[in-house]
Every structure is written in structure tokens, then in C-alpha cells.
Design a protein around this ligand. Sequence first.
Ligand code: B12
Ligand code: SF4
Length: 496
Amino acid sequence: MEKSNKQKRFVFINLSVNSGFYGVNHGIAYLVPIIKRNSFDTVIINQLDDISAGEFRKMIEALEPSVVGFSFTSLQTKYLAKYSHAIEGIENCIQIAGGVGATLDPEGVLPKTKLNGLVVGEGEAPLDSFLKLINNNGNIYDAEGFYWERDGKIEKKGDPVLVKELELQPFPDYSLFERDLVITGSTMNLNIMLSRGCPYSCTYCSNKALRSVYPSSETYFRIPTVEYCIKLVEGLVKQYPETRFISFEDDLLIAKKAWFLDFAQQYSKRVGIPYRANVRTECINPDIVNALKDSGCSIGFLGLESGNEQLRKKLLNRHHSNEMLIERALMVKNAGINLSTFNMVGLPFETKQNMKETLELNMKIKADFGLCTFFCPFPGTELYNTCKKEGLLQEDKFNDTATNYNTTPVIPKTEQAKRDCMEMNKKINNFLKWQELKYKHNEFSRKNPGTKTALHLARQLLVYLLYRFSSPFAKNSLFSILANSKLQKRLSSMLK
Ligand code: B12
Ligand code: SF4
């Protein structure tokens, strides 16, 4: 039975099963206006738990969708395959997918699923032409920017399409996400993403591979005009007036100095809400630090990754010395901006001594908080290829079970190497959590002198001890069991 235009419904599935992360999906938010513009009713399902195929099918059938669109990252491919098979054959329902997982491995993913097609790269243009074809009773397989699956064969239709002028795009629409996914935690945090991509090419990061799918990569790293960005932020703050903190999730908002200095000035005049942003050693200089400080940046997230200079340069393609990293990190800290670091252990060829250097470097710069994860070789990255060449991949074992990179080392071959990795991961995280406890306590006592402070310290200590004495696996399962529950939100905001 054909559905009338009015009844057409697009159901987005934001696949985030057991990832330990919940929140908005910016990619979907940028696509919602395009779907609405094509007169489709739009629904978003945040899939956080691994439900049975039958339950999933029932849920989708009840929504009577014309299109189901999955958004997924590489480690979610197993769930995409499961749920795509689960909804096979639902009447008049087309299945498509997109996201980083689709972009990096379209030909590997399609045969595992029952998808009609998937989009490689940015979804705006391909999705628009696909929906127009549906509305005009055209042939959906004519839509460009897709890999289509037809009669067991994969057909690439046209090249991936980059959005050239981001400022001509409609603002992202978060209104279909539950409000407490948009404004999160006790800090009343709002996540925002303004730019696309990053100009750097670290070997472990997907950015380089994401850039390489386009015929020309020159324009891949894009930031819309300052005016567009400020209007976008102003609009969101008006829509969510309870916002007290903004997290810019952009890979590197400070990458273009002139742009950022202008943005920072406008931001402090017209928005003025404290925020956090990612920073990179090479981009930190006095002008940027002053602009960050003056515009209300209270936390800078710095990719320290490894404390060993040689490993960082040769293996990760990050060409700065420890001396430079320390100097720039202290520049940020001395301006009164807190510093959070991203670290990895379990890199190929990494020794226990190398991991100790990571801990020491964090101690030297007195990181205020941060995170240490296990290195995970994502398909399409340079380091993935290195691991493959060196026979280090235990890919199938990992892909079948892992949902994030916080639970287990992937590369170490021997049991001893694995134990070293687990031990150092724990030590680095414990140090960072201890720093965080001190920071939170100082902040709290500054704001609340008196007896409340002692109670707060006791509670924070309890959270720290729980964290310290649970295994990475226990932490992860605890979080997934409680996923999206009020308790989890309270727990994660306490850990924040
Ligand atoms: C913000 C962010 C997060 C946020 C929000 C994630 C989200 N889904 O939006 C949070 C903190 C939750 C997060 C978590 C994780 N993240 Co993250 N994250 C990012 C980051 C920095 C930006 C993503 C973004 O918003 N981009 C901007 C939007 C506009 O682009 P987009 O999402 O790609 O969407 C476009 C297209 O892909 C397409 N599209 C997307 N969905 C769909 C669906 C359909 C139907 C269609 C047609 C098109 C389409 O159209 C969109 C608009 O153009 C990227 C880095 C990056 N540069 O992409 C890493 C990145 C995506 N994350 C990564 C990882 C590893 C993770 C974690 C696994 C981390 C962990 N600790 O375990 C978790 C897993 C979360 C999950 N759901 O599986 C990796 C993924 C690598 C990979 N190969 O899968 C990336 C690429 C970073 C990296 N260094 O390599 N992440
Ligand atoms: S600087 Fe960060 S976002 Fe950019 S390529 Fe390196 S790891 Fe990826």
C-alpha cells in the first residue's frame, strides 16, 4: 500500500549501543532540516541498549516508516547488521545508512546488512536528492553520493559530495532529541559542533581517511563565517535558555587564528557563556590563549596522547617536542584555563617505559583532568594499515565484542604486554581522576564555604574510590546497565 506524501516518515536510528556515550548526534541534527524541508515526518531513536531483533522490528513497524536511516561509527557495524536484518521486508520501507562507519568502509559494510544503500561522506546533498526522488516517484537508485546494493551487487553512484559553503546550510535542529540529551549534566551543558574536519593528519585518527573520500581534499576543513556561527549559538541558547556551559565538540576550533580571534570577540559580546574547546600544541600561542580566556573558555582539551617524543613523531605524526608541549600547556594553565588531556596506551611498539613517560608528562604539566584510553586501530587510518602490515591486528575478535575503546587493549600480543597496558592505563586514569577530585573540591569550596564543603568532599571521595577500584570492564557494564537512566546521568555528572 502506497503511503501518501503527508504520511511519509523518516526514522533515524542513532546507533550508540553500549558505547558508554549518550547525547545528541550532530550529523543527524544537521540532516533533520533537509528531511523536514522534503515534507517527511521525522523521528529519532537513540539506540543505547542491545535489544532483540524481534523487539527492534516491533518498534520500527509501529512507526510505519517510509525510510529508516541508520547513523553509525565503525564499532557499531555489528548492531547495524543485526537491526538491518531485523527490519528486512517491512512493507514500503527503504533502509539507508550514513556516518563515519559508512564513509570508511562502504563495501565492507553493505554485504553484512540488508540496507538498500549508504551515503559516503556528508549527507546533505545525497539525502536531499534521494528524498526528492521519493517525492517525485522517481528511481531512488539515481540518487548520487550513495553506494547502492542491487541484486547482490554494489553500485557506486557518483562521488561523495562536500558541503562547500556551510553558512548556506540551515542550522542544525536538535528539537527532536529529548531535552535532557541536549542539555546534559548538573552543569547544564549544551554540545555544539560548528566546523567540519581538522587540518592535521594524525595517523590514529579517522580525519585523514574521512577527507580522502572526496575527489578534492583541499576544502575539507571548513568553518562557517563567524556571523553564521554566532547566530547558530545565539539561536540554540534562546531555544535552551537553561544552558550554563557550552562544549564545542569541534575537532579544532582554534585552527584558523584570524577566524578564532574574531569569533572569540563576538562570542564574549553576544553569548558570554563559559565553554570548553579542543586545543592543539602547535596552535597555542599568546593571542589564542588570551582570546580563549577573554571569551570565557574555562577548559582546554589537549591531545597529549603519548609522553614519548619519538613515538609521537614517528608513529602518530605529531611533530612537537615535549619541551614545546610543556611550554604551551603551561601557557594555557597560567592564563587560568583548566587543562584536560587525552591519552592513549597500547600503541604498536610501545613499551611500559613509554607509558610511564605519558604519566610523567601529565604530572609535569599538572593536567587538571583527562582520560586515558586504549589505542584502537580504526579501519581507514594510517596506523590501522601499519598494524595490519606488522601482523598486529586481532580485528575480528575486537570488532565482535568492543563498543568503545575504554575497556581493553587491542594490539598487545603477549599476556605480559597486555597486563602492562592495563596497569599503566589504570595508573594514568587514577592520576587524572585524583587531579579532578582536587579541582572539584577547590571549585566547590570557593563557591560554598562552610559545612557543605566537607559533605561534598566525602561524596567526591566516594565516587573516586568507586572509580579507582572498579575494573574498566565493570565501569563500562555499570554504565551500560544504567544507560540513559537518571542514576547514570547523576553518576556521570559527578564524574565530570
Ligand atoms: C562529536 C563526536 C562525538 C560525540 C557525538 C557523536 C555523534 N554521533 O555525533 C560523542 C562524545 C558522543 C562521541 C562518542 C564516540 N566517538 Co566520536 N566523534 C565526534 C567528532 C569529534 C565529531 C562528529 C560530528 O559531529 N561531526 C560533524 C557531523 C556534521 O558529521 P557526521 O557526524 O559525520 O555526519 C555527517 C555524515 O557522516 C552523514 N551522516 C551521518 N549520519 C547519517 C545517517 C544517514 C542516514 C545519512 C544518509 C547520512 C549520515 O551526514 C552528516 C552530515 O553531513 C568525530 C570526529 C569527526 N571529525 O567526525 C568523532 C568520531 C566520530 N568519534 C569517534 C569515536 C571512536 C567515538 C567513540 C567510539 C569513543 C569512545 N570513547 O569509545 C564514541 C562512540 C559513539 C557512538 N555513537 O558510537 C571516531 C570514530 C572512528 C570510527 N571509525 O568509527 C571519530 C571519527 C574521531 C576520531 N578521532 O577518529 N563522539
Ligand atoms: S589534531 Fe586531533 S582531530 Fe586533528 S587529525 Fe589529529 S587527532 Fe584528529
